[in-house]
Design a protein around this ligand. Structure first.
Ligand SMILES: Cc1cc2nc3c(=O)[nH]c(=O)nc-3n(C[C@H](O)[C@H](O)[C@H](O)COP(=O)(O)OP(=O)(O)OC[C@H]3O[C@@H](n4cnc5c(N)ncnc54)[C@H](O)[C@@H]3O)c2cc1C
Length: 516
C-alpha cells in the first residue's frame, strides 16, 4: 500500500482512483516495478529549479521494459484518467530532471528498456531503445571495434540519445543538432497504437534509419518536446571516425569582443569550414567548469569585474573562449586550418590555443572530448560555482549576428545582475542560429536567493520575449510562459493535436504548455 500521508495526487484524481490504478499497474508490471515509497521516489523528486519540490513531486514511478508493457500502462492510465510522464534516462538536469511537470503524475521510467537494437557500421546508423545511455553506446562501439563517433550533450555518459533528442538537445560535433541527425521513431500513442514514423510503416522496408521523411506529412517533429506519444525506439545517424581530428580554442580578452567573434566565425560555419557546433563560452562558464567561485571571491551577489579579471589572468582563460574542431584527412584539416587562421588574424584579435599547447589542462581537455563525442562529466563543475544546487537553463535563440549576440548578452547580464546573480553564458553555434545558453545558478538552500532566481527567470523570459527572443527549451517550472511566447495560434494547434491523439489527456499534461 502507498503511504497516504506522503501521496502526491494528480489534479482531479481521487486517492481511491489513484490506488485502483496503482493496483492494476502492479498486476501488469509486478509490485517491485511500481515505486511509491519516499525512498524509492527520491530520485524522481530532485529538481534544481526555483519552484518548490512539492509542485513536481510524482505520485508514483513505474518501470516498463517492453512496448507491450508501455501499451498496458497507457491503457490503465486511460481507464483511471491518471497522468503519466515518460522519461528515458531521466537526466534532464536544469530542465526538470526526472520529475514530472506537475504534481502527482506517475513517472514512466524507461531506463530498463535499454537495448541497442542495431548499429550498421556501413550506413553509420543506430536504432536504440529509450534507456540506452551514451556511455552504453560508446562502449558498444569500442567493444565491437566500430569506427563511429557519437555526438552527446555535456552530461554525456549518464544521459541518453532518446531523451536528449526528443527534448531537442544539442551536442558539439558536426552532428551536434541531434534532432537533425535522428531518423525514424517508434511511438506508442496514448490510445495504445504503435506508430513507426518515416519508412518504418512500410512492410519489409530496410530504409527506416536512412530516409527521414517517408511519405505525406512528416511526423517525427510532433513527438519532440511534446506529450503526444511515448517514444520506444529511435534511429540516429553516427559520424564516421575521421582519420584526423584537430580541436582548438581561440581566446579573446574583452567582453566586447563577442560581436567581432561572431562576425569573424559565422561565415566559416555557414560555409562548412568550421563543421561542428562550436561554442563561445564566457569567463565565468570557463572558470565555473574548473574552480569554485570561493577560490577568488566569497562575497554575496554578483562576482565583481575585478575578480573576473583576476580569474582570467590566473586561470588562463579569456573573457570569451571559442572551442571548435576540424575533422577529416590531415590535408583537409590543413587547408581549413589555414583559412580559419587567416580570417582570425585579419580580424586583429584572438589567440589560438592548440591541443599541443593545452596539453592535458582543463577546460580545454573536456571541450576536446565533447567535440569528438567522448564521455566526460567535467561540466558538472558549474554547480560548484555558487554551490547550493540551484540551476535553470535560460536558452533563448539568437541569430548568428554579432549585433544580436551582443544585445542578448547585455540584456541577460543586466537582468541577472539586478537580482544579484552572475551571467554564466555561452553560445552554441548552429548553422545560422545560436543557442544562447545561460546557466542561472543560485543557492537553492537559501530561500531568499531562490525567490530572487525565480523572479529573475520570469523577467528574463518576459524581457527577451518583448524583443522577439524566445527560448528553444525551458525547465518544467516555466513551460506556460515559454509556450505563450510562440503565440495563440500555435498554442491552439498544439491543443487540437493533443485532443486528437490523447483524448483523455493522460500523457505528460503540461509538457511544453500543452493540455487538452
Ligand atoms: C552541466 C550540464 C550540462 C548540460 N549540457 C547539455 C548540453 O550540452 N546539451 C543538452 O542538450 N543538454 C545539456 N544539459 C541538459 C540535460 O542534462 C541533457 O539534455 C540530457 O541529455 C537530458 O537528459 P536525458 O537525456 O536523460 O533525457 P530525459 O530526462 O530522459 O528526457 C528529457 C525529457 O524528454 C521527454 N521524454 C524523454 N523520453 C521520452 C520518451 N521516451 N517518450 C516521450 N517523451 C520523452 C520527457 O519530457 C523528459 O522529461 C546539461 C545539463 C547539465 C547539468
Amino acid at each position: 500500500m502507498t503511504d497516504q500521508t506522503q501521496q502526491a495526487l494528480p489534479q482531479g484524481v481521487s486517492a481511491q482512483q489513484f490506488e485502483a490504478a496503482l493496483a492494476k499497474l502492479r498486476g501488469l508490471l509486478g509490485a517491485d516495478r511500481v515505486l511509491t515509497s519516499d525512498e524509492q521516489l527520491a530520485p524522481y523528486c530532485k529538481v534544481m529549479m526555483s519552484a518548490p519540490d512539492e509542485e513536481h513531486r510524482p505520485g508514483a514511478a513505474i518501470l516498463a521494459t517492453t512496448v507491450e508493457e508501455v501499451q498496458g500502462v497507457l491503457k490503465i492510465c486511460n481507464e483511471f484518467k491518471t497522468p503519466v510522464w515518460p522519461i528515458s534516462t531521466g537526466r534532464n538536469f536544469g530542465y526538470g530532471s526526472a520529475a514530472p511537470g506537475t504534481r502527482g503524475q506517475i513517472v514512466l521510467d524507461l531506463k530498463h528498456m535499454n537495448k541497442i537494437i542495431e548499429v550498421d557500421p556501413v550506413l553509420c546508423t543506430a536504432l536504440v531503445e529509450p534507456g540506452v545511455t551514451y556511455q552504453q553506446l560508446w562502449n558498444y562501439l569500442k567493444e565491437n571495434d566500430i569506427p563511429l563517433w557519437l555526438s552527446c550533450p555535456a552530461p554525456s555518459a549518464i544521459a541518453g540519445p532518446v531523451g536528449n533528442t526528443v527534448d531537442r538537445g544539442v551536442g558539439y560535433t558536426p552532428y551536434g543538432e541531434h534532432f537533425m541527425m535522428q531518423c525514424g521513431m517508434e511511438v506508442v500513442l496514448a490510445t495504445g497504437e504503435v506508430l513507426r514514423t518515416g519508412m518504418g510503416g512500410v512492410e519489409k522496408s530496410n530504409t527506416w534509419q536512412v530516409f527521414k521523411w517517408g511519405y505525406g506529412p512528416y511526423l517525427d517533429g510532433i513527438f519532440t518536446q511534446s506529450n503526444y506519444g511515448v517514444v520506444t525506439k529511435m534511429g540516429l545517424w553516427l559520424m564516421p571516425a575521421p582519420p584526423a581530428y584537430k580541436p582548438f580554442s581561440i581566446r579573446y580578452e574583452s567582453t566586447d569582443d563577442i560581436e567581432l567573434i561572431v562576425e569573424t566565425l559565422r561565415p566559416l560555419r555557414i560555409a562548412g569550414i568550421i563543421p561542428n557546433a562550436f561554442v563561445i563560452a564566457n569567463v565565468m562558464w570557463e572558470a565555473a567548469a574548473i574552480i569554485p567561485r570561493s577560490k577568488y571571491y566569497d562575497g554575496d551577489g554578483v562576482t565583481p569585474p575585478s575578480v573576473l579579471a583576476e580569474i582570467q589572468k590566473k586561470e588562463g582563460v579569456g573573457a570569451w573562449n571559442v572551442y571548435a574542431a576540424l575533422y577529416g584527412t590531415p590535408e583537409q584539416i590543413e587547408v581549413n586550418w589555414n583559412i580559419i587562421k587567416s580570417a582570425v588574424e585579419k580580424s586583429g584579435k584572438g589567440r589560438f590555443i592548440t591541443e599541443e599547447e593545452a596539453g592535458n589542462t582543463e577546460p580545454f581537455k573536456y571541450r576536446a572530448q565533447l567535440m569528438r563525442g567522448d564521455m566526460t562529466l567535467q561540466e558538472f563543475g558549474l554547480y560548484r560555482w555558487r554551490g547550493g544546487g540551484g540551476s535553470m537553463w535560460f536558452a533563448p535563440v539568437s541569430q548568428a549576428k554579432g549585433s544580436e549576440t551582443k544585445a542578448q548578452m547585455e540584456l541577460a547580464e543586466s537582468i541577472l545582475n539586478e537580482y544579484g546573480l552572475d551571467y554564466v553564458g555561452e553560445f552554441i553555434v548552429g548553422m545560422r542560429d545560436m543557442h544562447h545558453v545561460v546557466d542561472v545558478l543560485f543557492d537553492r538552500s537559501n530561500p531568499e536567493e531562490t525567490k530572487k532566481a525565480h523572479e529573475c527567470f520570469g523577467k528574463l523570459l518576459a524581457e527577451f520575449g518583448k524583443r522577439g527572443y524566445a527560448v528553444y527549451r525551458v525547465n518544467t517550472g516555466f513551460m506556460e510562459e515559454a509556450a505563450n511566447l510562440y503565440g495563440p495560434v500555435k498554442r491552439e494547434v498544439d491543443r487540437k493535436l493533443k485532443r486528437a491523439l490523447d483524448p483523455n489527456g493522460i500523457l505528460a499534461p503540461g509538457k511544453s504548455g500543452i493540455f487538452i
